[in-house]
Write a protein that binds this ligand. Structure first.
Ligand SMILES: Nc1ncnc2c1ncn2[C@@H]1O[C@H](COP(=O)(O)OP(=O)(O)OP(=O)(O)O)[C@@H](O)[C@H]1O
Ligand SMILES: [Mg+2]
Length: 484
């Protein structure tokens, strides 16, 4: 129960609060809605004119390019430029630069700069300005720039820059110079990047950094000449770029790697990426292919670049709300179309369902100019694969070759799993690994009772046609690759 005394106390408290609110409103009105704040005074002093008479030039920047904006300012900044923070607590989050300058009685003044930590490489962070006002002199003219990070929790999905100069044209040209410097000095340049959906990105995608893989040619077993052909096309063309450009030939190129699961398509991609040192690389797999438009834009801005679309068949079925067929696949094709022919951008796509893509690619030719089959290994390739994966283990060459010969129709991932099993058997038995363990593991994996597992690690049933030719109930083929 609430008694009368409580009600009276609550009313009195409310009346006091309300009186204070009214006094504040009247006080702010007295100060005038356009009176300069302390920050406004500082800005006007720097610019040498009353800042309230100037128009702000504003631009939005994807959240993941904030470090690039910071780097661009560093490149453009003069020796006497300084940077100040802004006081005003939560209110500054919602206020525009104009409001911070001419906000009447609002508490905007000078304060320490807010810095935020952003990823700029695998396990590498940099501290950049998250909220700060740059008082600069560019080509002898004073300019003021407000840099702020995205703040999705408060409705700011993008980072932004707001510029004030005595001449609006000057502010606009500084903005253009910043855009160019952002690409030139980008922290994304030359890195291996992925896109993923994050809680607050509202469709622009969050960028992640991966270490560049280390995969030498010797560890990839493909039919004679196949690896060199793809590498020449994707990585090698770059070496001839000046001559090709001079001759008017285009540099944009695309390769499609297709074949059964577990045969080494991803491994081949990793080899290409490892050989593309210094090349901006964007890796999109399955669901993240939806960021193809952003990836293509980035690739163009950061060329030389390489865009990898892994398992493109996974999006072949995706439709948009209007039910138009293969819209995401068309976005991929559009992105390939939209690139300048002479931009040094290479595309690599992989699939184990090439028939799903064929029509789309044939109907709109000119995007993929090299298609390479990555087949099941033949007897000779199998021996090489088994030898590679038995490399560190103390099995005799003869036993390894025998295992390879017995395992017809299996892939590299199967060979890898076989050796792991043999070693595990030895470890479980508390014995040193021997040929006998390899033989037992081969029996086990080839055993009929292991049909399912064999499928899971990329083998076949031996007697039937290769399972990748037979559509499973999922429509994605009946095998699943074992990606190790
Ligand atoms: N041709 C090969 N040469 C060397 N190792 C191979 C080869 N094929 C497969 N492997 C081994 O098997 C693993 C899995 O292969 P990978 O992921 O490249 O197959 P994939 O073709 O991409 O399969 P999926 O179609 O399922 O994506 C590799 O990491 C590697 O260890
Ligand atoms: Mg793969």
């Amino acid at each position: 129960m609430i008694d009368d005394d409580d009600v009276a106390a609550r009313d009195a408290e409310f009346a006091a609060l309300f009186r204070r609110f009214l006094t504040d409103v009247v006080h702010r009105a007295d100060a005038g809605p356009s009176a300069l704040t302390a920050l406004g005074e500082l800005v006007s002093q720097h610019l040498g004119v009353d800042a309230r008479t100037l128009a702000v030039v504003e631009d939005s920047i994807p959240a993941h390019r904030l470090a690039d904006l910071d780097a661009a300012f560093d490149a453009i900044a003069g020796p006497d430029d300084r940077i100040v923070g802004v006081s005003g607590g939560q209110q500054k989050r919602f206020a525009s630069l104009v409001e911070m300058i001419a906000g009447g009685g609002m508490p905007f003044g000078e304060a320490p700069v807010d810095y935020v930590s952003v990823d700029v490489g695998p396990g590498e962070q940099r501290s950049v300005v998250g909220f700060g006002l740059r008082l600069m002199t560019v080509d002898g003219e004073p300019v003021v720039a407000l840099q702020r990070a995205a703040d999705p929790q408060h409705g700011r999905v993008l980072a932004s820059v707001e510029l004030l100069a005595r001449d609006r044209g000057r502010a606009a040209s500084l903005l253009a110079a910043l855009r160019t410097a952002m690409n030139e000095h980008s922290v994304l340049r030359g890195k291996v990047l992925t896109f993923s959906q994050s809680a607050f990105d509202y469709g622009t995608g969050a960028i992640g950094f991966l270490p560049r893989p280390e995969v030498p040619a010797e560890s990839v077993v493909l039919p004679e000449g196949a690896l060199a052909r793809v590498r020449e096309h994707i990585v090698g063309i770059r070496e001839h770029a000046p001559r090709l450009r001079a001759a008017g030939a285009h540099l944009k190129r695309g390769a499609l790697l297709y074949g059964p699961p577990g045969t080494g398509k991803t491994l081949t991609v990793n080899h290409l990426v490892s050989r593309a040192e210094g090349v901006t690389t964007v890796l999109l797999t399955g669901a993240s292919i939806r960021f193809i438009t952003e990836a293509a834009q980035l690739a163009r801005a950061m060329s030389p670049s390489l865009v990898v679309l892994e398992d493109v068949d996974l999006i072949a079925h995706e439709r948009d709300l209007h039910g138009s067929p293969q819209p995401l696949l068309f976005s991929v094709l559009d992105a390939l179309d939209g690139l300048d022919g002479d931009a040094d951008v290479a595309f690599v796509m992989t699939t184990n369902r090439v028939e799903l893509l064929e029509r789309a690619l044939v109907e709109r030719p000119g995007r993929v100019d090299l298609a390479v089959e990555i087949p099941l290994p033949d007897a000779d390739a199998r021996r090489r694969l088994f030898a590679i994966y038995a490399g560190g283990a103390p099995f005799s060459d003869a036993a390894v070759a025998e295992a390879a010969d017995r395992c017809e129709g299996v892939t590299g991932s199967f060979a890898k799993e076989l050796v792991r099993r043999a070693l595990l058997r030895a470890a479980t038995a508390g014995e040193a690994p021997s040929d006998e363990h390899l033989r037992q593991a081969t029996d086990e994996l080839l055993d009929d009772r292991e049909v399912l597992t064999r499928r899971l690690v990329g083998g076949t049933d031996g007697v039937e046609a290769s399972p990748w030719e037979d559509d499973g109930p999922t429509g994605y083929g009946s095998t699943v690759s074992f990606s190790g």
